[in-house]
Design a protein around this ligand. Structure first.
Ligand code: CA
Length: 220
């Protein structure tokens, strides 16, 4: 009888303890984490903005042809940059996620080429491609062409060698870089853009800035 009582008490205590752990986990993530992986994505060779020694890494999986990516770049990214990247708390990484066919791939090849020739020019160019994405419903219409990407590069005073860029697009010089990005996004089950990761955590809704902040603060 005494043994039965002991077993029962142990089961109850274990159940309560597990309940506490579940509640504590939910409180710490608040449902803002879609998935936590064993390790963060490899960022070797990827375009990085901010202090490379920053304690937290935020990775965006994004597509220049994707309207939500442009919206994220214009609404959430400036907040993140001012509060966390410029202050050295976060380094920010872009990984090409070409979900919209050949144009997405071409824009990816162009941005990889610019990163290779002049790292300081990458982020202004990145922003300029988004800026050129049509605001209307026309974003599915073709607008990413070699000529357009060269014009965007030429319009910026950040030191992009336009002839080199043209050659790199024509020869798909950095297709290996785009293939690496493809492998990373498959490894992290990225199915929608933008997808945002904070270290090894994938954010549920990238447009909830407060969720992003909470995750960064948790990882800091
Ligand atoms: Ca890349």
């Amino acid at each position: 009888m005494k043994n039965k009582y002991l077993v029962l008490m142990t089961v109850i205590i274990a159940a309560v303890a597990i309940g506490f752990i579940v509640v504590a986990n939910n409180m710490s993530s608040g449902g803002d984490i879609a998935k936590t992986f064993d390790a963060p994505p490899s960022i070797e060779g990827q375009p990085v903005l901010g202090d490379s020694e920053a304690p937290v890494t935020v990775v965006e999986f994004a597509d220049y042809k994707c309207p939500s990516c442009k919206a994220w770049d214009q609404s959430i990214f400036p907040l993140l940059k001012e509060e966390y990247i410029d202050t050295g708390k976060v380094k920010f990484i872009h990984i090409n996620t070409p979900f919209h066919g050949e144009e997405s791939v071409l824009a990816s090849l162009a941005s990889e080429a610019v990163w290779q020739q002049n790292q300081d020019a990458f982020w202004p160019y990145h922003k300029e491609i988004y800026r050129n994405q049509p605001q209307t419903q026309q974003h599915d219409q073709p607008w990413v062409t070699e000529d357009a990407l060269l014009q965007m590069a030429a319009s910026l005073e950040v030191g992009i060698d336009v002839d080199q860029l043209q050659e790199d697009m024509t020869n798909a010089t950095y297709k290996e870089q785009v293939a690496i990005d493809q492998a990373v996004l498959e490894q992290f089950n990225v199915t929608k853009t933008p997808t945002i990761m904070v270290n090894e955590h994938q954010l549920n809704n990238p447009f909830e800035y407060e969720h992003l902040v909470k995750l960064i603060e948790m990882e800091e």
